[in-house]
Every structure is written in structure tokens, then in C-alpha cells.
Design a protein around this ligand. Structure first.
Ligand code: SF4
Length: 218
């Protein structure tokens, strides 16, 4: 990250200054958080990711996110790990590919809870760190976010593309600077299964949870 980088001032929809940020993990939200802080946006992190499996991985991702939020003095809402509901909604979609119908369900579920919390706690805008990953389909995420926000009058989903303007590269720089835990699969048990199958087909070892951190020699 260059020291002379000047962050543009970002403006949430309707000129609002208060945002509920759905965060999937510290690496994806680090850049989003620093961009919002630099723009003087009053934001709170909402961690609701019952998709993440196993629990050991879920706790690693969550603790890393809490550590970074505390460092920035940003409020952190730790929502339920209601895996029973997640698996219920994923039933029949176990073999869907990434970016398919199971992922739409997964984004819908996480954004529905985010939108409900925003509605009940006076946040006019929600957004998410999910779209910063180049593995994700931005249109799919934005559609889910807007669908969730549409349940509540006056609530907007901010479709800002956090990848652009060097955001994707800064996400990696921040992750290395902070020595964040580096997850190696999207999150659910099915993405773990499919990523491991791919790795084995390439002659690589299966994922070892809790071992890889940004900045470590790989
Ligand atoms: S691959 Fe990722 S987005 Fe898709 S269902 Fe699994 S955890 Fe959710």
C-alpha cells in the first residue's frame, strides 16, 4: 500500500452517515472498514455467518474480526450461529456449484438478518464486505442485499463496489499488515468439500484449518 494514497470520500445512499456493515471475515472487511472510517461514516459491524463450518473455523474468522474492530473502536454485533436454520435452507442444494442457488440462499439468509437488525436498531443503510472478493458474483450479492432491504421502508442496501479503485489490492495489503487468519475456502461444509476435492485432484494437501495467516511464507 502506498503511503501517498488519498482515499476518496464515500457517500452512502441518500447522503446517510450511519451504516450497518455485514461482515463475513476480517480480510474482506478490513478495506471496507478503513474506507468508511476515512469517510467519516458511523458504522457498526454485524457478524452473522451461520454458513461457516466447522465451528473451529467460524470462531477463528469471528475472533479475527473482533480483534480488528476493537483496534478501530468500531461496535461489533455478534449475531447467532444458527446452523440448524442454515442447513435446513440448504437442503437439496448440497451439490450446487459456488455462485449458484445455494449461494443465493446463503446471501439472502445473512442479509435478511442484517436488514432486520438494521430496521430494529435505526440503521438506514446496510452493506456487506462479501462483494470485495473476486471469487464472488457482485450482481448476485447486490440482488440479495436489495431484496433484503426492500422488506423495510426507508432501508437501503449500499451496492458500492469495494473492489474498484484498488480496493481488492488494499484488502490483501491490509490483511498482510494485520497478519489476518487466511481462510482457504468460502465457508460452508460443501465449499470445504469441493475445495478439498479440487486440491487433491491437483496433487495438493487438503486444507488444514487454523494454519495459514496472511504474510506468512507460502
Ligand atoms: S459456497 Fe459460500 S456463499 Fe455459497 S453457500 Fe457455501 S458458504 Fe455460502
Amino acid at each position: 500500500m502506498t503511503d501517498d494514497f488519498q482515499r476518496p470520500v464515500l457517500t452512502p445512499p441518500d447522503g446517510q452517515k450511519k451504516v450497518l456493515l455485514h461482515s463475513c471475515c476480517a480480510p474482506c472487511s478490513g478495506e471496507v472498514m478503513e474506507a468508511m472510517t476515512a469517510s467519516g461514516i458511523d458504522y457498526t459491524i454485524f457478524f452473522y455467518n451461520p454458513n461457516i463450518h466447522p465451528k473451529e473455523e467460524y470462531l477463528l474468522r469471528k475472533e479475527e474480526n473482533i480483534r480488528f474492530a476493537e483496534k478501530h473502536d468500531v461496535p461489533f454485533v455478534d449475531a447467532d450461529y444458527d446452523t440448524t436454520n442454515w442447513f435446513k435452507r440448504a437442503k437439496g442444494m448440497e451439490w450446487e456449484p459456488e455462485r449458484g442457488a445455494r449461494c443465493t440462499m446463503c446471501f439472502d439468509m445473512r442479509f435478511e438478518r442484517t436488514a432486520l437488525y438494521a430496521h430494529e436498531n435505526g440503521f438506514p443503510v446496510i452493506t456487506s464486505s462479501l462483494g470485495i472478493s473476486r471469487w464472488k458474483n457482485m450482481t448476485q450479492i447486490n440482488d440479495c442485499g436489495e431484496r433484503a432491504a426492500a422488506h423495510y421502508p426507508g432501508l437501503a442496501y449500499w451496492t458500492f463496489n469495494w473492489r474498484k479503485g484498488g480496493g481488492a489490492a488494499r484488502m490483501i495489503d491490509i490483511s498482510k499488515r494485520e497478519h489476518f487468519y487466511q481462510q482457504e475456502y468460502c465457508g460452508c461444509v460443501y465449499s470445504l468439500r469441493d475445495t478439498n476435492a479440487h486440491r487433491v485432484s491437483q496433487g495438493r494437501e487438503e486444507i488444514r484449518i487454523g494454519e495459514l495467516y496472511y504474510g506468512d511464507a507460502q
